[in-house]
Structures are given as structure tokens and as C-alpha cells.
Design a protein around this ligand. Structure first.
Ligand code: FAD
Ligand code: SF4
Length: 505
């Protein structure tokens, strides 16, 4: 009697030590289930890309001589729940024990613990083998510190893994952080690399998914899916990025352009989060490249720093983290989050890109969509559900801290030293969006005034009791204090109008 080993849709790591040896008594179980398609409404491309990659992974394992039992979404035997399918598949395989790689989502972790307490199968956990850190490392690191800031955690990981440090553990290039060099506006030069990702026709798979009643949103793009189906696709794309994108990644990391939705971003998050690629190999490729230190450090910081750090926050703070709402924001998301149809050009582009590509880059997510949601006072739980559904790379361990913590400040400043909010000034500085917008970027009040302006000042004004002692906000509060009472009243009135008419902006 052998093991049955479960492979989840975000555990597609062919380098996992499970696959290094063949044991004819072991059976791998994979399943497409409504439990996973329905816990939030997902973008169509996300469901297609994950199922396509799972099917390819199963075929690769079979080709390598492994035994795989695979339940498709429309199989009659599919119970559509992971525990029920596990009991069924274990019986099929004649297995008495189940081996699992630890799931990355709290929801599944709880489900497996509950399953373990009632199943007759012996349940064992294998190593994860993907991340640099363990689930509990950040909790241990920050336990006796007053702030949970990413930077010291990142520096400690650089030293521990000897990444971009000299033999004395000092940063290569003399600086730990090149953030200040990474804030250029993009003016059309250098050219952004063309999107050379391998695309595949997945219309048959899409017909099966939609025919099974799975509700999705966004453009399925089923005849031309650009997300990697396999590690081979992902490696090809990594090569392209290292050769053509990385050198400019640092300079234009915060830039936004209507003409180039991706600019110099890597688009590697789907391959990383489904574990087709390991973060260590992506970082090694960047370190071996001839890109400048500002670009390499900026890129390493995202993966070794932010990615490991947000996972640590997630595991330290769940489950209560999900319910945090520091500002008690409660407005529902306006309907244009599902259509992109708003006259605010920045939002129309950022949401339009998200719906078309199941992707928007970091600054669009943070400083356009998230910024607006926070300024307008949208309910963080609804914002979280939208982000978790819309992006192809969205898995709760990475999405939730980014959305609730970094972008909505709903954790009251655990992750961010101040709310990431801005008026039109920042968006105009970093993008080409404002020039042809319906709204006037420089006006605070009046029907054509950019909504970000009144909402920004009104947000700071309304939240003064919670924010005024934050030293990083001293400057804007001094500015508010110089507003005349009547101009502040006008701003408040305009902001109130905007919040009451979100649907029509
Ligand atoms: P690049 O800009 O090329 O960066 C390289 C890699 O660094 C990414 O692939 C990613 O693995 C990692 N990375 C960069 N920033 C972060 C970050 N803040 N947290 C964790 N990893 C990071 N990322 C997700 O993977 N899934 C999500 O669901 C997700 N939701 C987000 C929600 C909000 C509100 C915000 C502000 C950010 C979110 N991010 C999320 C982080 C980041 O925006 C994406 O990782 C990035 O845009 C993915 O595109 P890319 O591969 O082109 O990244
Ligand atoms: Fe966005 Fe305002 Fe600029 Fe228009 S003017 S693109 S709404 S920031």
C-alpha cells in the first residue's frame, strides 16, 4: 500500500524532491474543483491558465513514469471538494496514507487540519521547497521589534543567503536600497520589449470550464492565452526578461503608460506563484546578468524582500488580518470595477488592463486602483475580493497583505509607514494618463476637477484623528492647515459629492 500525494494547482514544481524518484506504489492526485473556482469570482484567464498548467503538469508526470489520478472539472466522479475527492482517489489507488505539501493559503490549511482529524488516512506533510523562508520566520523576526517594516527583514535575508553582499556582509555597490534611483517617468524611450510570451489556443478548455457553470469575469482571451503552461514556457519567458527587460526594470519600476501596459515588468508572478519557477533561480539569473546594480537590486528586493515578507505577515496575522478595517470604510465597489467604464482615465486604463490581461503592474495596482479605493472609502473586504479574483497571480497569501495592508492601510500601519495615497500630482508625474483625461488634473473643486484631488485632501482631513501624529504626514497636514475655511469646505463638499456619485465618475 503506497501513498497518495496531492498536488494543488499552485504546486506545479517539477523540481520538487517528490519527483526525483519513482515509486510504483505512489499515486499523485490532481483535481479541478468548484471549491477552488468558486471561493471568489475569478478572472476567466486565471481559471484557464491554472487548469491548463495543471493538465500539462499531469501529462509531464505521466511521461516521466509517475502514476497520476486526475479529476477534470466536468468528470462525473468529481465531488468538487478537495477532501471528498481525496477519500475517493485514495480508495481508487488503494492508498492508506496521504502526503501533502503545506498549502500556502490559510483557508486550505484549516481544511486539511480538519480533514486530518477525521480521515482514516494517515496524513503527512512534505517540505514546501519553494520559498526562502518558513511560514513563521517573519513572526519570529519581528516579535520583539516595534515596526513590521520590510527593509530590515530583506537585509537579514540578503546576509543569510549571501545575495548582493560582500564578504563582510556589506551591500554590494555600497547601498542596500536603490529605491530613489527607481522613480523615472517613462517618455517613450528606451522602447519597452515586445511581449514574446508563447500563447496557446485554450478554447476547448474554456468551453469545458464555462459549460461546467463556473462563473468568471474579464476577457477569457481563450484563443491566445499568454500565461505559461509549463516550466519550459516559464523558463523561455524568464530568458526574455533577463535579456531585454531587466536592465530598465529599476529605472521605470514606478512608471505607467497608456501605450505600454507592461513596460519593463517581468510578468513572472504567475510562474512563481504556481511554483513552475523557484524564486532562487529567478534571483540567480538576475545576479548573473549584466544589468546595472540599480535594476538588479530593485528586482531582487521585490522577490527576496517583498514576496517573502508579505507571506510572513500573512501567516503571522491570519485569520483576523482578513477582517481588519482601520478606517471603518464601508462603501461598495462601483460597477465600473467590472467594466473599466469611468471617465477617470487612469482608472479606466488600469482596470481595463486588469480585465483584458488579468494583469496590471504594481504601481497601477497600488497608486491608481488601490489609491482610489482608499481615498473613496471602499470597503476593504470588497476591495480584497476584487483583487483576489482579478489577477492571474492572485493567491491569498500574497494578495491579502498587499491589498489590505500595503494598499488600504486597513491594518492600521503594520506594513506601511503611511497610507499610500496621492492626489493627481503623483499620477501625472509617473504616467501619461492625465494629459488627455476628461478631468482637470490641477483642479480641486468644480465638476471637471480630478476626483483624486478633493478625495485626497478630504481623506486626510476626515482621518486626522487617526493620522495626524504620523511624522511622514506632517507636510500635508501643514498644507491643510493653510487652506482657508471656505476652500476646505469646498473640498469637503466636492469629496462628499464624489463619494455619493461613484458610479457616474
Ligand atoms: P515585477 O514588477 O516584474 O516584479 C518581479 C516579481 O517580484 C513579481 O513577479 C513578484 O513575484 C514579486 N513582487 C513584486 N512586488 C511584490 C509585492 N508587493 N509582493 C509580493 N511579491 C512582489 N502579487 C502577486 O503575486 N499576487 C497578488 O495577488 C498581488 N496582489 C497585489 C495587490 C495589490 C493591491 C498590490 C499593490 C500588489 C499586489 N501584488 C501581488 C504585488 C505586485 O503588484 C505583483 O507581484 C506584480 O505586479 C506582478 O507582476 P510582475 O511579475 O510583472 O512583477
Ligand atoms: Fe486620473 Fe485625475 Fe489624472 Fe484623470 S486627471 S488621469 S482622474 S489622476
Amino acid at each position: 500500500m503506497g501513498d497518495i500525494r496531492l498536488i494543488l494547482g499552485d504546486q506545479l514544481d517539477p523540481k520538487h524532491s517528490w519527483f526525483a524518484r519513482h515509486d510504483s506504489s505512489d499515486t499523485y492526485a490532481m483535481m479541478e474543483v468548484r471549491q477552488e473556482t468558486d471561493y471568489v469570482r475569478h478572472h476567466a484567464q486565471k481559471v484557464i491558465a491554472i487548469f491548463a498548467a495543471m493538465r500539462d503538469f499531469a501529462e509531464t508526470l505521466r511521461g516521466g513514469g509517475h502514476r497520476v489520478l486526475y479529476l477534470r472539472i466536468d468528470d462525473a466522479d468529481n465531488k468538487q471538494s478537495i477532501p471528498e475527492n481525496l477519500e475517493y482517489l485514495a480508495a481508487q489507488a488503494g492508498a492508506t496514507s496521504l502526503e501533502l505539501q503545506p498549502p500556502d493559503e490559510y483557508r486550505l490549511d484549516r481544511q486539511f487540519e480538519e480533514f486530518r482529524s477525521r480521515t482514516r488516512l494517515t496524513v503527512r506533510f512534505a517540505a514546501n521547497e519553494h520559498f526562502y523562508t518558513e511560514r513563521t520566520d517573519a513572526d519570529r523576526f519581528f516579535r520583539n521589534r516595534s515596526r513590521w517594516l520590510m527593509e530590515p527583514f530583506y537585509r537579514a535575508l540578503r546576509v543569510k543567503h549571501q545575495i548582493l553582499v560582500d564578504p563582510n556582509d556589506r551591500p554590494v555597490g555600497g547601498k542596500w536600497n536603490y529605491d530613489s534611483a527607481n522613480r523615472k517617468r517613462w517618455r517613450g524611450h528606451p522602447s519597452a520589449p515586445p511581449d514574446r510570451r508563447v500563447t496557446r489556443d485554450q478554447r476547448k478548455l474554456w468551453a469545458t470550464i464555462s459549460g461546467s457553470g463556473v462563473h468568471t469575469f474579464g476577457d477569457p482571451c481563450a484563443d491566445d492565452i499568454p500565461w505559461p503552461r509549463s516550466r519550459a514556457d516559464a523558463l523561455r519567458h524568464l530568458d526574455e526578461f533577463i535579456e531585454h527587460g531587466l536592465r530598465h526594470f529599476g529605472d521605470y519600476q514606478d512608471a505607467m503608460s497608456a501605450a505600454e501596459p507592461r513596460l519593463f515588468h517581468s510578468l513572472l508572478s504567475f510562474a512563481l506563484n504556481t511554483k513552475m519557477l523557484r524564486p532562487s533561480e529567478v534571483i540567480e539569473r538576475a545576479l548573473d546578468s549584466d544589468a546595472p546594480i540599480t535594476a538588479v537590486e530593485g528586482f531582487v528586493r521585490q522577490i527576496l524582500g517583498w514576496r517573502e515578507y508579505v507571506r510572513g505577515v500573512y501567516w503571522a496575522k491570519m485569520p483576523e488580518y482578513r477582517d481588519r478595517n482601520f478606517f471603518s470604510h464601508a462603501l461598495p465597489l462601483p460597477g465600473w470595477f467590472w467594466t473599466g467604464e469611468t471617465r477617470m482615465r487612469c482608472l479606466s486604463i488600469a482596470i481595463g488592463d486588469s480585465l483584458a490581461f488579468a494583469y496590471a503592474h504594481h504601481i497601477q495596482r497600488l497608486m491608481v486602483i488601490g489609491n482610489f479605493a482608499l481615498l473613496a472609502g471602499l470597503a476593504p473586504a470588497q476591495v480584497h475580493a476584487w483583487y483576489l479574483g482579478v489577477y492571474v497571480d492572485a493567491f491569498e497569501w500574497v494578495e491579502l497583505p498587499n491589498t489590505l495592508g500595503m494598499s488600504q492601510y486597513a491594518d492600521g500601519g503594520l506594513m506601511a509607514s503611511k497610507p499610500y495615497v496621492s492626489s493627481a500630482g503623483y499620477i501625472d508625474k509617473m504616467s501619461d494618463y492625465c494629459a488627455s483625461c476628461f478631468y482637470a488634473k490641477s483642479q480641486k473643486t468644480g465638476m471637471r476637477a480630478c476626483p483624486f484631488n478633493a478625495l485626497y485632501w478630504d481623506f486626510l482631513d476626515r482621518q486626522r484623528p487617526l493620522l495626524q501624529n504620523n511624522p511622514r504626514l506632517a507636510l500635508p497636514y501643514r498644507q491643510i492647515d493653510r487652506f482657508t475655511p471656505s476652500s476646505l469646505d469646498d473640498i469637503r463638499a466636492r469629496a462628499s459629492y464624489l463619494r455619493n456619485h461613484l458610479e457616474t465618475l
